[in-house]
Ligand binder design. Structure first.
Ligand code: ACO
Length: 363
């Protein structure tokens, strides 16, 4: 049987996450995502790796471990410095991660290895970003949490609670999403009994493509174009009449509300303060859903995670170049959970292809 892009094919059994697109449900290890949006990055990582929620002691321990492994080795720093300036951050991340692979990363993959790669990822991103900005590289602050330290290393300042909270919720909600292209890619590499570093390198390469790591920048462009609430209806209507897709709406899997968008919106409302861009986002969402209902009836189009991710990125002033790398810094947790699961009960992936070329030619 041939299925283009393996659509509809079940490629693995998993107990890491489950998506029900018609009901708008995303489950991590048995918990609906809305239940987990208060977790810290460290706690959510623990859940995905170990399969159960951490105790208080576990939470302290994993936080400590993630903070211990943040520093780059001298060899990683050398590579970082030697890469051409025009190289994008995802390519840099892929290259620096792939430079690892000593005996500590040998098959079989372990949670310890997953911790190390997860811990070092924000440092690579922040160091590269600071190099591009002509700023000095900062030492990680082990007193700060994983997400706080990432923001600190990017900006040189300890983030406010609201900013760290917003980014943390985004990262927790986007850590894992079933058999997406990059998780599949990581599992395929791991299925040959290759090491975790190779599997994560494959996944980063897959995430880099615009069809997957699609950043929320399209939504930010839309919001900038609209600018003020009074212009929302005209601009949205014009786009829909021209047959354009509204960025931040619709989803291949969710045919109702994307539960991650709902959880992000809730978090943004909790921390709203005086942020007027959130008022605009809420207004645009309402208007767009009314217009989609009118002009695209029956398609069940709602905001997807990118819509409110854009609001978060904007509220914390994260530069566009860091959107996909930041998504990667979250998703690496899901990838490593998939690799661990693959290794537990491994069978090499070896699908078939259907030959549609010529036959019986002679020279
Ligand atoms: N704006 C307007 N119309 C839309 C939108 C949208 N955002 N999304 C779907 N539609 C319409 C289509 O035009 C189509 O209409 P038709 O029946 O008249 O032809 C109908 O809804 C079904 O569209 P499909 O493209 O078949 O929907 P699909 O589920 O395949 O696409 C996709 C999902 C690609 C995400 C699409 O909704 C889209 O392009 N959205 C905008 C881009 C975006 O926000 N991407 C981020 C997705 S979230 C993520 O990747 C993590």
């Amino acid at each position: 049987m041939f299925s283009e892009g393996l659509k509809g094919i079940v490629a693995a059994q998993t107990s890491i996450s489950h998506i029900d697109g018609s009901e708008g449900i995303l489950i991590y290890r048995g918990y609906e995502i809305g239940e987990l949006s208060h977790l810290s990055f460290e706690e959510a990582s623990f859940l995905l790796w170990y399969g159960y929620l951490p105790t208080e002691e576990d939470a302290v321990e994993i936080k400590k471990k993630l903070s211990t492994y943040r520093d780059l080795t001298p060899a990683m720093k050398d590579i970082l410095h030697s890469l051409p300036e025009e190289m994008d951050i995802m390519s840099v991340l892929r290259t620096v991660i792939s430079s690892l692979g000593g005996s500590e990363y040998k098959w079989k993959p372990t949670i310890e290895q997953s911790l190390r790669l997860t811990a070092v990822t924000p440092t690579i991103i922040a160091d590269r970003f600071n190099m591009l900005m002509g700023r000095p590289l900062l030492e990680a602050d082990t007193e700060l949490s994983h997400v706080e330290n990432y923001l600190f290393m990017l900006t040189g300042k300890s983030p406010s609670k609201a900013v760290a909270d917003a980014l943390e919720t985004y990262m927790v909600l986007t850590m894992e999403h079933g058999m997406n292209a990059s998780a599949f890619s990581a599992r395929v590499t791991a299925s040959t009994e290759s090491d975790l570093v190779s599997a994560i390198t494959s996944a980063i390469g897959t995430m880099k493509g615009p069809l997957h790591g699609g950043a929320p920048s399209g939504v930010i462009d839309l919001m900038n174009e609209i600018g003020v609430a009074e212009r929302a209806e005209t601009i949205i209507r014009e786009k829909l009449v021209k047959g354009e897709k509204l960025m931040g709406f619709g989803h291949r899997v969710y045919k109702t509300h994307d539960p991650r968008a709902l959880a992000l919106r809730k978090k943004l409302l909790e921390n709203k303060g005086g942020d007027s861009s959130l008022d605009l986002a809420l207004f645009v969402e309402k208007k767009a859903i009314e217009l989609l209902d009118e002009l695209k009836p029956g398609r069940s189009l709602y905001t997807n995670v990118e819509f409110y991710a854009a609001a978060i990125m904007k509220s914390i002033n994260l530069p566009t170049d860091l959107f996909t790398p930041t998504f990667t810094a979250a998703r690496i947790v899901g990838w490593s959970a998939h690799v661990l699961e693959q290794a537990e009960n491994n069978t090499i992936f070896r699908p078939q292809s259907e030959y549609i070329g010529k036959r019986n030619l002679s020279v």
